[in-house]
Design a protein around this ligand. Sequence first.
Ligand code: ATP
Ligand code: MG
Ligand code: MG
Ligand code: MG
Length: 477
Amino acid sequence: MESAEVARRFLTFFEERGHTVVPSASLVAEDPTLLLVPAGMVPFKPYFLGQRTPPAPRMASAQKCVRTPDIDEVGKTTRHATFFQMLGNFSIGDYFKEGAIPFAWELLTRSEADGGFGFPEDRLWVTVYLDDDEAADIWHRKVGVPEERIQRRGLADNYWHMGVPGPGGPCSEIYYDRGPEYGREGGPVADEDRYLEVWNLVFMQEQLSKVRSKTDFDIAGPLPAKNIDTGMGLERMAAILQGVDNIYETDTLWKILDRAAELTGSTYGREHRADVSLRVIADHVRAGTMMVADGIIPANEGRGYVLRRILRRAIRNLRLLGGQDGGLMHELTAVAIGAMGEQYTELTRTAANIHAVIDAEEERFLQTLRTGTAIFDQAVEETRRSGRTTLAGAQAFTLHDTYGFPIDLTLEMAAEQGLQVDEEGFRRLLEEQRQRAKADAAAKKTGNLDVSVLGQLLDLAGGRVDFTGYHDVSGEA
Ligand code: ATP
Ligand code: MG
Ligand code: MG
Ligand code: MG
């Protein structure tokens, strides 16, 4: 079953059950608390909160999503992409658990000939929140799932919120057993590689006032009504239905992966590190293409910075595979536009613009690499000659400050050379520079001096920046 058909089938099923199909919102979140849309519920948030009247009490959508925090997982797990599509049915004060659970079961287990996904019942496992006897009861009594395939989990897995103040609630997840060749038995609690999470049913009932972490938040009170928000991963469904090992091998992503292998002269399935690179390239090229199509352009802050990181990471991985030439991104973007164009006609319509933006970013980054690489190589030379294994913070800082090498790139390239980087030293120098800039700005009363990217990031992240995700391309993490 093609990816586009997975979406069609989902939407048709819910349309036939009284849901109004709503088109995907842009990846650029209207919601000021978010940079990018990470879940299908985002456009529905004002309805859950009772701030706006929904066009219909029952709705369904296929929403474009980007999850930046998952970037480290891409290519390494079988199931995480930065860009993916979330299929969802929503009830705003209409049906609750007793409606959502049987709907989900019916769609998954109904035969393909009959408009369902045809999953064998005994392959499905479900989880519910610790004390959610109501949901467990519906799964067992109403749907008929044997008790041993209903597992209970705590806040980290079975309570969903946006990570920012807003609606939230306990959830119930559905997992597909891929079989013993994928891992240990014992259900999702034992092994999430073997038991693939495909669908999350969220029972939106509370309003969160403060969110400190996934498991640490304050509940202000109940929402005006009890709501349903569900999210099914289209790519994960496609992987199961297409009988492939992971989401990067499903129809759309595979086209990009395959072309990347061809362009770099590499063979997929031969060596782990190269496979990870190819999967990262496929994911990132598609994510970049979708982001540009929604009007994002590479920049040093905000969404533009996320896009820049994603595009540059794709380019870096192409180079790791031996793809040194310019123009590779152009070829791959064209494949991504072709692969996604059926579902998203705006891609074909705006192809020229997408290419212009991505080509320019490739050129800019290759230029940075050309000038900076010689300096980097020299720094590696010096480090080795002096018998050290750590690149000095000052060297990383010079690369950043004078040659435009972002710290993530330095970390990544150093790791490829088996070297570490004195990140602490780097950050100290950066902070000193920031303070100087601040003082200058205050002195000049312009308040408008160019603050470094990292500085802005530090501000965004409330002083905490996590760079660990960039070691991965080296295969080190
Ligand atoms: P996981 O535990 O596998 O990271 P999750 O619990 O974070 O997934 P949810 O927030 O429940 O995911 O999102 C709903 C659904 O969206 C998931 O059940 C899954 O099918 C899909 N999904 C979530 N994150 C990704 C991703 N990074 N790439 C592809 N699909 C995803
Ligand atoms: Mg996750
Ligand atoms: Mg999960
Ligand atoms: Mg989940």
